[in-house]
Design a protein around this ligand. Structure first.
Ligand SMILES: [Fe+2]
Length: 297
């Protein structure tokens, strides 16, 4: 009889897979079976010592313990291991005429302050003035009125408000709505490239892999329109030195845009701008939700 260590381990894996084979939900069943198979394969591959496995559990414990309302270390872990972009690719990688997507990241706030058309999300913060405008359309071309456009970004030092421990610190984010021609516009300052937070377990993991922690400068967008799928993406600043090595693998070529230096802009709506500023025009196309053709009738 074969009683090698491998045979015993294989029987263990099969036994655990069988244990979850009767989960009432087929989706739960296939997910748990895949989890067991892949996790066991990982452990077989790595052959950890017991102290190494204890260190792994300690790492995950600390990753959870550092999370608060303003800090999400598990999203960072998912992002820096490329899992967030893998999930993005699986769910949105079908191509077509819609704007490409990228990670949500750990700094989204669900109900940012309302900003009027042409309003300023920088509210006096230092930095190079930036005017952003664009049009939100349905795939195929029709502009979408009253779409919700949430924007958020880093300050001129590459920091987000949520990285300040003081909960009253709140800046560089807002919620706009498109007008009857699908247009939106706002003032801000130039975002800067930034390191993701490195003072927790994920920072230590990056350091142990010899990786830098930087993201290229970008403005985040989350767009919601009735009858359409929510769009989560960023627009990256062309020329940024980290475009080719984003720590979260989030850059797609179609999301890199010129933030032009200008002295004068005639916006899509409103009065001409006659002072030095950076200018970003970026139009978004969002995907119709399945069944909308019927529902909209
Ligand atoms: Fe960001």
């Amino acid at each position: 009889m074969e009683h090698s260590k491998d045979a015993v381990a294989d029987r263990l894996t099969a036994e655990v897979v069988a244990k979850v084979a009767h989960a009432p939900s087929p989706r739960v069943r296939e997910t748990l079976q895949a989890l067991v198979r892949h996790l066991h394969a990982f452990v077989r591959d790595v052959q950890p010592t017991e102290s190494e496995w204890a260190a792994a559990i300690d790492f995950l414990t600390r990753t959870g313990q550092i999370c608060t309302d303003r800090r999400q270390e598990f999203i960072l872990l998912s992002d820096t291991l490329g899992v967030s972009m893998l999930v993005d690719q699986i769910n949105h990688g079908r191509g077509g005429a819609t704007t490409e997507t990228t990670v949500l990241g750990p700094f989204y706030v669900a109900s940012p302050p309302d900003i009027p058309a042409g309003g300023d999300i920088a509210k006096g913060l230092p930095g190079e003035a930036l005017f952003v405008e664009g049009v939100v359309s349905s795939e195929g071309g029709a502009p979408l009125a009253d779409a919700v456009v949430d924007v958020w970004q880093s300050d001129d030092q590459g920091r987000y408000d949520l990285q300040f421990d003081d909960p009253s610190v709140f800046f560089l984010r807002g919620r706009l709505r498109t007008d009857d021609k699908g247009r939106f516009s706002f003032w801000s300052i130039m975002p800067q490239s930034y390191p993701i937070p490195t003072d927790g377990p994920v920072g230590a993991l990056l350091a142990s892999a010899g990786r830098h922690a930087y993201r290229p400068a970008h403005v985040h967008f989350r767009i919601a329109a009735p009858g359409h799928h929510d769009l989560v993406t960023h627009v990256f600043v062309r020329g940024d030195k980290y475009l080719d090595s984003d720590v979260v693998f989030g850059v797609k070529e179609s999301l890199i845009a010129d933030f032009e230096r200008r002295d004068r802009t005639v916006p899509l709506a409103g009065a001409p701008i006659d002072r030095p500023h950076r200018y970003l025009r970026y139009d978004f196309a969002v995907a119709r939700a399945a069944g909308d053709a019927l529902a909209a009738g």
